[in-house]
Design a binder for this molecule. Structure first.
Ligand SMILES: Nc1nc2c(ncn2[C@@H]2O[C@H](COP(=O)(O)OP(=O)(O)OP(=O)(O)O)[C@@H](O)[C@H]2O)c(=O)[nH]1
Ligand SMILES: [Mg+2]
Length: 456
């Protein structure tokens, strides 16, 4: 039997809450077979002799303590370590009703399983070495991905692309540290110039790779949270019309009364695979009542945190300087001159007020907007074709790594004690290891003894 790090056997409903054709319960731990065996009666023994056959689905009944039928199910046994968690796992598929699924869960708890905590199966997979931390995080990214692009990035991370890159960098740094540590044992010897150059180059190469990865942090945030796209403009310009048009349904109230939208309205949408977080705001104007003022205050703070602003201009109305002034300087902003179906106001005669002039009521408006936004977002490189897009935790660890590498090369170049340099390198290795959840001093020792002749 597979030994578990935690020793307990856990159970949880793995399918989403609610009604479906099938529900899935997962049992993991050293006693998985015993637990399930107490309430599961196979129609024929799992292999005809009452033993579980690995990776075979066995049809049978879940019975309660009085022997009454709870549900008929299929149970599949995945022996550890060749399972998702690395422990013995049994997956039970039953009828997808809310009550019947809860009754099966209740029986498994009665038979000795403990309720799993959130993320505990993935945590066990990590603790048992089945996945590294980046892969465990990618499982959640994949589940919560809202668009194709986000799902694809999560799949790359789940395949171990980021973890593998970390491992290559780590192994390189372990080699450098081994090199440096060898000199600690011989305090009378200086690092020879050729070795010094090679060590400095390896540190700077690793640092460049770390900075490359740090450059994907913004893409990672956008993939995970969506590109924050704020619609702003004067009251009545057509912001809510635009929101509804992009979403494809009537989410916000549209009315010819100025000041219709009072609060911010947020919705997620996929623009050709790019996740957008669209925020409709109250039209900005002066001299209004308390509620609208509060709405306008919210519009302003949304503008501060926007990745992209779409400024909707009503070209049939006079120019409103106040609204333009509220757009933060340097913000990425697309200007959309709306209502070309109406006569243009003289304020706009001399210039084209926007990046595009259109009528949001026109049939082709949706495609026009989609193309414009896609072009702006891709030209500004706000999304990535890079298979890796790191998250905030990776970013924090990698920043530390870069800082420690900076200190290591600075100290090395300044001719400081190699012990200090080794300390910096160890700290860099530690923070790099934190990304994948792996830091091991044994490896450094192993590398020293295998690649250097200490007795020279
Ligand atoms: N003629 C014409 N009217 C439009 C066009 N786009 C929007 N409208 C109308 O303009 C009015 C205001 O539209 P909304 O989308 O509510 O404007 P808003 O910017 O959200 O306004 P507030 O919520 O008050 O800030 C509505 O009556 C829309 O039908 C257009 O292209 N042409
Ligand atoms: Mg509105």
């Amino acid at each position: 039997m597979q030994t578990s790090l935690s020793g307990t056997t856990i159970v949880a409903v793995a399918s989403p809450p609610g009604v479906g054709a099938v529900s899935l319960l997962r049992v993991s731990g050293p006693d998985a077979r015993d637990v399930v065996g107490r309430c599961f009666r196979p129609m024929r023994g799992p292999d005809g002799k009452g033993k579980w056959r690995p990776r075979y689905a066995t049809y049978g009944n879940i019975l309660d303590q009085d022997g009454e039928l709870v549900d008929d199910v299929l149970a599949t046994f995945f022996p550890g370590p060749h399972s998702f968690t690395g422990e013995d796992v049994i997956e039970i598929s039953g009828h997808g009703g809310v009550v019947v699924t809860q009754l099966v869960l209740k029986e498994l708890l009665r038979c000795g399983a403990e309720p799993a905590e959130a993320g505990e199966f993935s945590q066990r997979a990590f603790l048992n070495g089945k996945v590294d931390l980046t892969q465990a995080e990618a499982i959640m990214d994949l589940i919560s991905a809202q668009t194709e692009l986000a799902a694809r990035a999560a799949q790359h991370q789940l395949k171990g692309y980021l973890g593998d890159q970390m491992e290559v960098m780590r192994q390189g740094l372990i080699g450098v540290l081994a090199h440096v540590e060898a000199y600690i044992d011989f305090p009378d010897e200086d690092i020879d110039p050729a070795s010094l150059d090679s060590i400095l180059k390896q540190i700077s190469d690793t640092r460049a790779q770390v900075l490359d990865l740090l450059g994907t942090a913004e893409h990672g945030r956008i993939l995970r949270e969506g590109l924050r796209t704020v619609l702003c403009g004067a009251p009545n310009a057509g912001k809510s019309t635009l929101l509804n048009l992009i979403l494809g349904f009537e989410r916000a109230i549209v009315h010819d009364e100025a000041g219709t939208t009072r609060d911010t309205i947020e919705e997620s949408v996929s623009l050709r695979g790019i996740p957008l977080r669209l925020v409709d705001t109250a039209g900005i104007r002066e001299g209004v009542g308390a509620v609208e003022k509060e709405g306008i205050q919210r519009s302003r703070s949304e503008l501060e945190g926007a990745d992209l602003i779409i400024h909707v201009i009503d070209r049939s109305r006079p120019r409103a300087e106040a609204e333009q002034a509220k757009i933060p300087e340097g913000a990425r902003c697309v200007r959309l001159a709306n209502k070309v179906d109406l006569a243009g106001h003289p304020d706009w005669q001399a210039e084209c007020p926007g990046d595009v002039s259109l009528s949001l009521h026109a049939e082709e408006a949706r495609v026009q907007i989609e193309e414009l936004l896609f072009r702006v977002i891709t030209e500004a490189q706000m999304t990535t074709s890079h298979p890796v897009a790191i998250n905030a935790r990776h970013q924090a660890c990698l920043r530390q790594t870069a800082d420690h590498l900076d200190m290591a090369s600075g100290n090395l170049s300044a001719g400081d004690s190699v012990e200090f340099v080794a300390m910096d390198l160890r700290a860099a290795l530690q923070s790099l290891g934190d990304v994948i959840g792996k830091t091991d001093t044994e490896e450094i020792l192993g590398s020293i003894f295998s690649s250097f002749c200490i007795g020279k």
